[in-house]
Each structure stands twice: as structure tokens, then as C-alpha cells.
Design a protein around this ligand. Structure first.
Ligand code: SAM
Length: 275
């Protein structure tokens, strides 16, 4: 897929998903967020860059950990995500957190000015994740650390059929490389290629729990990466894609609810200190 088209699909898709995102994903992503923050080991006063921050689920926790003497810049491609997060920061009275719309591949901030760079569940959507990690590296001071979380291998993510189901009905793939980063040692390799050393990789098996078929479909279609394509489907096509998706997760059905397996891969690396 053409990188410019992918960015547009992502930007406007996440604009649409921004209202439903927290309802469907806060609990499901909690294990990845917790491990990412554990690996980041933020300290009071640190300066943190949060890439692809969405509504700020990680950002606000990081803000608490660095405290008012720290500073957080959180960025995302979607203006709606940034607007919601900015409003929430204002509501919480947080002066040390700033949200700004930026492409992960083109960060507009002062190089070497952050202690830590975070990216939770964002790199799979970026056309060139190596470029995004290189940008995170560029923004870190020597000795700074980066932590990134991605979804794991396709075979371990029970909801993976969502992409071919939508792709069959649109002109181009929504996320052509989605599962690549979480397969094998790929995340470690791209982190090392972008300049990080001492790369540590964790894999976490998880279960996405949905109380109903409506919740499973809401998370898949309203609150996630296919939201743009889905918003353009008419009622008949929506019914078809719901039926196909529910058939694909039928083995995970427990009465009315669903326990869908998933996997997160989380990596931490260090920008070498100058000698
Ligand atoms: C699954 S959400 C993750 C949000 C947040 N980090 C979290 O863990 O809750 C993915 C986010 O990546 C953002 N995104 C997609 N492509 C991007 C890009 N090229 N640059 C920056 N952000 C991007 C989307 O707008 C969306 O908010």
C-alpha cells in the first residue's frame, strides 16, 4: 500500500475510532500498558515522549509517575485523539503534559531532549516502523531508553480475521504489515537497526474478554484500525462483516461472551551513551 494512503486511512480512521476507543480497549490493553510502564521504570522529574498516544491511556499514567517536576510530550497522527487527550489533561489540571499532532515518522521536537520514549500499540500502523523507531532514538538523550509494545504473531491473535474480512470489501489493505513486527524477533531486530542496544523483549499471552457479540464487534469495527472503512459500509455490508467476524471467533465463544486469545510483544532498548 502507498505510504501516503496508509497515513490518511490511519489518521481519519482513528479520528472516527476516538470516541469508542476507551470503552472497548482500556481493559483489553491494560496488560501491555502495565508491562510497558514497568519496563520504562519512569522516575520523578524525567522527560518523556509518548508516540501514537491515542487518548492518553499510557500518557496520563506516565504523567503521574514523573510528577509535576517531569514533562511529557505525547503525539499522535489523529487530531481527534489529540483533541480528546488535551481536553482530558485540562480537566485534570495537568500543566506538565502537552499533546500535539505529529506523524511518528516525522517528529517535530528538539533532538536529544527526552529521557524516555514510549510507543504503545502504535508501530503496527506506521508505514515505516524503522523510521519511527529511528525518530524516537533521535529524540532521546544519550543513555535514554525506549519501550515499544506491539501485537504479537498473527497465529496467536484470535481476532486477526478482522483485516481480511474488511480488506475483501475495500480497494486496498487496511494495515498490510500489521502482524510482522510481533512475529519472531522482528521488534528486537528493528530496534537494534535503529540504533538501540541492550534490547530486552517480552511476550505476554493475553485474553480479550467481550461480554457479548455486540461488544466484540464494537471493539473490532468501531474502536479500532478498520473504523474508516467500516464507517462507509451500508447496513447490509455491516451485517455481513459482523457475521463473518463472529464466525471467525466462534471457537472462543463461552455462552454469550467471548474469550479471544491475543499476544503482546514489548521491547525496551537503550540509546548508547557517548564515549
Ligand atoms: C491502538 S491506538 C494506541 C493508542 C495508545 N498508545 C494506547 O496504547 O492506548 C493506535 C494509535 O496510533 C496512532 N497512529 C497511527 N498511525 C500513526 C502515525 N503514522 N504516527 C503517529 N500515530 C499514529 C493512531 O492515531 C492511534 O491513536
Amino acid at each position: 500500500m502507498d505510504a501516503r494512503l496508509q497515513r490518511r486511512v490511519q489518521r481519519y480512521g482513528w479520528d472516527k475510532a476516538s470516541t469508542a476507543y476507551e470503552q472497548y480497549w482500556t481493559a483489553q490493553l491494560a496488560p501491555a500498558h502495565a508491562r510497558l510502564l514497568e519496563l520504562a521504570a519512569l522516575a520523578p522529574g524525567e522527560h518523556v515522549l509518548d508516540i501514537a498516544c491515542g487518548t492518553g491511556l499510557v500518557t496520563f499514567r506516565a504523567a503521574r509517575q514523573v510528577g509535576p517536576s517531569g514533562r511529557i510530550l505525547a503525539t499522535d497522527l489523529s487530531q481527534e485523539m489529540i483533541n480528546r487527550a488535551t481536553e482530558e489533561a485540562r480537566r485534570r489540571g495537568l500543566d506538565h503534559v502537552t499533546f500535539a499532532r505529529m506523524d511518528a515518522e516525522d517528529l517535530q521536537c528538539a533532538p536529544a531532549s527526552f529521557d524516555v520514549a514510549l510507543c504503545a500499540l502504535g508501530l503496527m500502523y506506521v508505514p515505516d516502523p524503522l523510521k519511527a523507531l529511528s525518530e524516537m532514538h533521535r529524540m532521546l538523550r544519550p543513555g535514554g531508553r525506549a519501550v515499544a509494545a506491539v501485537w504479537g504473531a498473527r497465529s496467536r491473535c484470535g481476532w486477526a480475521e478482522i483485516f481480511p474480512i474488511v480488506d475483501r470489501r475495500v480497494a486496498s489493505d487496511v494495515c498490510p504489515m500489521f502482524f510482522q513486527l510481533g512475529t519472531g524477533d522482528m521488534l528486537r531486530t528493528v530496534m537494534q537497526t535503529s540504533g538501540f542496544t541492550d534490547v530486552h523483549l517480552d511476550r505476554i499471552a493475553t485474553t480479550l474478554q467481550y461480554e457479548s457479540a455486540a461488544d466484540a464487534c464494537g471493539a473490532a469495527f468501531d474502536g479500532g484500525p478498520v473504523a474508516l472503512a467500516y464507517s462507509r459500509f451500508d447496513t447490509a455490508v455491516r451485517e455481513q462483516v459482523h457475521a463473518e467476524y463472529l464466525a471467525s471467533i466462534a471457537p472462543c465463544r463461552r455462552g454469550d461472551s467471548y474469550d479471544v486469545p491475543g499476544e503482546f510483544v514489548i521491547a525496551r532498548g537503550t540509546k548508547p551513551s557517548m564515549t
